[in-house]
Write a protein that binds this ligand. Structure first.
Ligand SMILES: [Zn+2]
Length: 432
């Protein structure tokens, strides 16, 4: 006689799915595990194993590589449309379109850094509840800047707190906190700059609410003051001066997360130099209408060549790369961020892959760059319990690649499929 519990077990049994003979780059920095099997059940990785459980569906993935979805810990949503930047671009449809584009490129989560319009709070909440497709949205909601300074209102950054006193700053943080921002974003180094006492008050009040503060910056002198004031996340590279080992050690000791946004500097000048990827469909598919025509027009290229600020970014990028390596070697947690979506030339989806290439140029190995883009970035989002690496118990969310990114980081662009929670949801940007 068959017992009741066995019958129940048989009735409830879901065979799951096995991806056979695949090479797995798990996001921890470990080398690829070649020709193994990924066993998925209920959207979760059950095992990575040489043996395959009996029964159930399987897909032969001989020759394919799998890596975790990327997280972009510094991006912007909704502000850009076609070749324009404007608060009017911030519609639910545009934000959703951008979240979908990120995911088609293998970016599973994005932290939008403080440039939301009010409707963005609802979109963030829906995204986090799994109610809308695309990358999972995290947000600093409304950031903190300075009147008539950064971030520029003329670029669409209209819904930003711009406190003029310490007291006002504290009141603004208290108003924002109930909306549960995933971080608080500050811009300190415009002209005029944010007073030290104001950002110190923002940081202290944010910490009272248990919220981390991420700062825009450029200069080492500002970084030193922000680190002393207790900033949690450095949201761009320090790129006016090379940093020394003592300061790197201090950043490490304080567990500050460092987001290099190398592509921001590269995008400022590279279009005038016909980069090798300019006509790659993987790049062009990421562009809104009109952007390709803009960046390839002789007038635009001339403008960049004659713009001293754009040309200075080459030296800034060199210093940023040097500093990245110093901080990485000092053991600082580096997380991938790109500032994509802040301007049309900072291309969402593509930027995150280019960022990994620039990290490798800076001296990280491809596996280290992948860890920065996946596990480290998920940890920066405090989402690494369930995402960020391919390990039993974590979400079966990953990128399937046709070529090995650990031998050439540009192979992260050879997307065969995007899987979320055990289901293939996209074939990548060029195959929609
Ligand atoms: Zn930004």
């Amino acid at each position: 006689m068959i017992n009741l519990s066995l019958i129940l077990t048989l009735l409830c049994y879901q065979p799951g799915i096995v991806l056979k003979n695949v090479s797995i780059i798990d996001g921890t920095g470990s080398p690829a595990r070649k020709n193994t099997n990924l066993i998925i059940r209920d959207g979760i990785i059950q095992n990575i194993s040489q043996s395959i459980p009996a029964g159930g569906a399987s897909i032969d993935m001989t020759g394919k590589f799998i890596m975790p979805l990327i997280s972009n810990v510094h991006g912007h949503l909704g502000n850009v449309k076609d070749t324009t930047m404007s608060a009017a671009n911030y519609t639910p449809a545009n934000v959703r379109h951008q979240l979908q584009r990120y995911l088609d490129y293998g970016v599973g989560a994005i932290l939008s850094m403080g440039t939301e319009q009010p409707v963005g709070v609802k979109i963030r909440d829906s995204s986090r509840a799994g109610l809308i497709p695309g990358a999972t949205m995290y947000s600093a909601i409304f950031g903190f800047g300075v009147k008539s300074s950064l971030p520029p209102e003329s670029m669409g950054f209209s819904h930003v707190y711009r406190p003029e006193t310490k007291e006002e700053a504290i009141k603004d943080v208290d108003e924002l906190a109930p909306l549960k921002p995933d971080a608080i974003k500050i811009w300190v180094d415009g002209n005029p700059a944010m007073k030290e006492e104001i950002y110190t008050a923002i940081i202290d009040e944010a910490h009272q609410h248990g919220i981390r503060v991420a700062s825009h910056l450029y200069r080492l002198s500002d970084a030193r003051k922000l680190v002393a004031a207790g900033v949690d996340i450095i949201a761009h590279s320090i790129r006016d001066e090379e940093i020394d080992e003592a300061f790197a050690a201090e950043i490490k000791k304080k567990n500050i997360i460092y987001i290099p946004t190398l592509t921001l500097d590269e995008f400022a000048f590279i279009y005038a130099e016909n980069p090798e990827w300019l006509n790659d469909p993987f790049f062009r598919e990421a562009l809104d209408p009109g952007v390709y025509e803009m960046i390839t027009s002789p007038a635009y290229k001339e403008k960049i060549k004659n713009n001293p600020a754009a040309q200075r970014e080459k030296e800034a990028l060199r210093i940023a790369m040097k500093n990245l390596l110093t901080l990485f070697r000092a053991g600082v947690t580096i997380a991938l961020g790109t500032d994509s979506g802040a301007m049309p030339i900072r291309v969402q989806g593509f930027a995150e892959h280019l960022e990994m290439e620039l990290m490798v140029q800076a001296g990280l190995s491809p596996l280290e760059a992948i860890r920065v883009a996946t596990l480290n970035a998920a940890a920066a989002l405090q989402a690494d319990k369930h995402t960020g690496s391919l390990e039993p118990g974590k979400a079966a969310s990953f990128i399937v690649l046709d070529k090995d990114p650990s031998v050439d980081i540009r192979n992260t662009r050879r997307i065969n499929g995007i899987w979320v929670k055990g289901r293939k949801i996209s074939s990548g940007p060029e195959k929609q």
